[in-house]
Design a protein around this ligand. Structure first.
Ligand SMILES: NC(=O)c1ccc[n+]([C@@H]2O[C@H](COP(=O)([O-])OP(=O)(O)OC[C@H]3O[C@@H](n4cnc5c(N)ncnc54)[C@H](OP(=O)(O)O)[C@@H]3O)[C@@H](O)[C@H]2O)c1
Length: 321
């Protein structure tokens, strides 16, 4: 089958259209004929070698398509069934066929949701629900601050998920003024420039996927009993230490979340969150703004993601190969 591989770590130019063996589902797994694969910051990190993966590597943490075959013990999925799925544990989504655990699949039949949109949901919408519900344990009326609120990825989902889960004030930050209006369309009450964070007030929950100075500034924005969730380092900055004694003196909590590790350790719960996200999207409660590119333009997708230039979610049209 055709796939895009990472033959060596490097810039977007290393991505290569390749022919690789068709993967076969093992017990509890499902093979999917991929229609669209989501393009994510995570795959940029794999390509750069920030996450050490075995080479050559087929990236791709999420897909939408049709079940091709099921492994032993899989009962509720069958060939031809339309699905969205997380392929995040072993990757492999940038390909004509991807294999994943049946637990990490959401059926799409009966839902008013297109394949391109469905491919944009598994990583970011599931993450948004898990981060706010499971990690931050959001309570009704709590205030939430989210960084990179206009990016088409996880920032576009966290504000809407906060609203869905009963949040009070929901504020987003963006890196440039040009992104303010886009972020407002993703469920934020207010959108501010990240360098004005000091004036933003205090929050029960802050979600940081930018890192560097933003991480320290995020801690300063926490109210008493507030929770900071660290879930990324899009700025590529050096790691920022957590001042443990300060947490003790100020009644603040810092948590981390990583969907790949969570899905590997808690596939049942991840699958439930995925199906909840897909159902919410079908009802219009989680909106994604999707731009499709043919898979052969994957390098362009990566370059736009690493330039911080996306305001919609990029998905790769695999059928157009
Ligand atoms: N932990 C998890 O499970 C999980 C799940 C999903 C995503 N993530 C993380 O969340 C972050 C965003 O991922 P995404 O897929 O949502 O990507 P995305 O939609 O492309 O968002 C990236 C945004 O980060 C901001 N940013 C700040 N500094 C940047 C820099 N130096 N280079 C590029 N972008 C920069 C930009 O927004 P501004 O212009 O507003 O600054 C940019 O638009 C990544 O760090 C990713 O690893 C983590």
């Amino acid at each position: 089958m055709k796939a895009v591989t990472i033959p060596e770590f490097g810039d977007a130019g290393v991505l290569r259209a390749d022919t690789v063996p068709i993967p076969v589902p093992g017990p509890g797994q499902v093979a999917i004929d991929v229609a669209y694969a989501g393009a994510n910051f995570a795959e940029v990190l794999y390509r750069r070698g920030v996450v050490d993966v075995p080479l050559p590597f087929v990236p791709g943490i999420e897909v939408a398509g049709y079940v091709r075959a099921v492994g032993e013990g899989v009962e509720d999925l069958w060939p031809g069934r339309p699905v969205a799925a997380l392929t995040i544990v072993d990757s492999g989504g940038y390909a004509e066929v991807a294999v994943t655990a049946a637990d990490l699949v959401a059926p799409l039949d009966g839902l008013d949701i297109g394949m391109g949109t469905a491919a944009a949901l598994p990583s970011n919408s599931t993450t948004a629900l898990l981060v706010l519900d499971r990690v931050a344990r959001i309570a009704p009326g709590e205030s939430v601050l989210v960084h990179a609120a206009a990016a088409g990825g996880v920032g576009s989902q966290l504000g809407q998920a906060a609203r869905l889960l009963g949040a009070g004030r929901v504020v987003g930050t963006v890196g440039s003024a040009a992104k303010i209006d886009t972020a407002k369309g993703f469920g934020y009450d207010e959108v501010i420039l990240r360098d004005r964070l000091a004036d933003a007030g205090q929050f029960d929950i802050v979600v940081d996927m930018v890192g560097g100075p933003t991480r320290r500034a995020s801690l300063d924005r926490l109210a008493s009993m507030g929770r900071l969730v660290i879930m990324g380092n899009a700025s590529g900055a050096e790691d920022v230490g957590v001042p443990a004694n300060e947490l003790w003196f100020t009644n603040k909590t810092v948590s981390g979340f990583n969907l790949a590790a969570f899905a590997a350790a808690h596939p049942d719960e991840t699958g439930r969150a995925l199906r909840r996200a897909v159902a919410a999207a079908a009802k219009g409660e989680l909106r994604v703004q999707v731009e499709a590119l043919p898979l052969e333009r994957v390098a362009e997708a990566h370059r736009r993601i690493e330039a911080g230039a996306t305001t919609g979610k990029l998905v790769l049209d695999v059928a157009a190969l």
